[in-house]
Design a protein around this ligand. Sequence first.
Ligand code: PYC
Length: 333
Amino acid sequence: MTLSALPLGLPVGVLPGGLDTTTRVVDSHTGGAPTRVVVSGGPALYGVTMAQRLQELQAHHDAWRRALVTPPRGHDGLVGALLTEPERPGSQAGVIFFDHRGYLGMCGHGTIGVVASLAHLGKVRPGPLWLDTPVGTVHAEFSLDGSVSLENVPSFRHLQAVAVEVDGRTVQGDVAWGGNWFFICGDHGLALKEEEAPALVAFCQQLREALRAQGVTGADGVPLEQIQLTGPALDPANRARNFVLTAGASWDRSACGTGTSARLACLAADGHLLSGEVWRQESITGSVMEAHWQPAPQAGQILPTLVARAYVLMEGTVVIQQDDPLGWGVAPV
Ligand code: PYC
């Protein structure tokens, strides 16, 4: 796969004729989880590393993020993706993910959406592609059947069997990294069914608060925003089902690429999933991500691979009318 047709030799937003303020997007969904990829326009970012560019976007262009993904143009389940120059010489592009509340280090369903959207535009062909993110470089492969295989960043379990008091009882879970930090809990006692989503959101929010109150965090004290509840699959073809609370009160319609990576790291650490063994992760909506892992160069870490398909939904041009009081979106609730 090549990105030769992408204007990646120029800062995003600047075209030969001058500043292009027109933001064009392609919307897709991966197992029900939506991604909005900015394929032209958007803020020019001059930081050298992806982490610096993320800080720049956050510090100087947060209004642009809000305009793109918060209501009324967006909604709380939507993940936006801004393409940048690559950071590393061997990569084809950089990508920064964001949502209605802020920014993500990495997004599995979003990366699959980015690759499928670029393929839809004829900017990638079947073959390998390296994308730099603020938390590391990922390797994607677009296949002729439309599926995308994504080798995610090294993933690992940070804390095991942490006991948390929530809703008058004690539950246990692991803290793991898969490109974002997750608290992964299996003994929640709740039914992982889509119609139970309001109860699942409420429980996960309580759990998130309890983790905060008890000082349970990711490495370096990073607060745990993402909560993953696990349970048995409903479809016998799959290995497990999950419900993933992401930013605020929003939840992932897909099996969550970074969440599945974090889960694989725990399964591998417990000896419950061997290297190369296929894990079919069912989401709360029944959509599936297939996954497997191989050992990472660093001891105790794995390299997860996720395979799924994203479908393009629409292409559009962002319009912000000067007299629209909500043209720049709304502040997060
Ligand atoms: O697929 O990694 C993912 C993801 C993160 C937040 C929403 N989806």
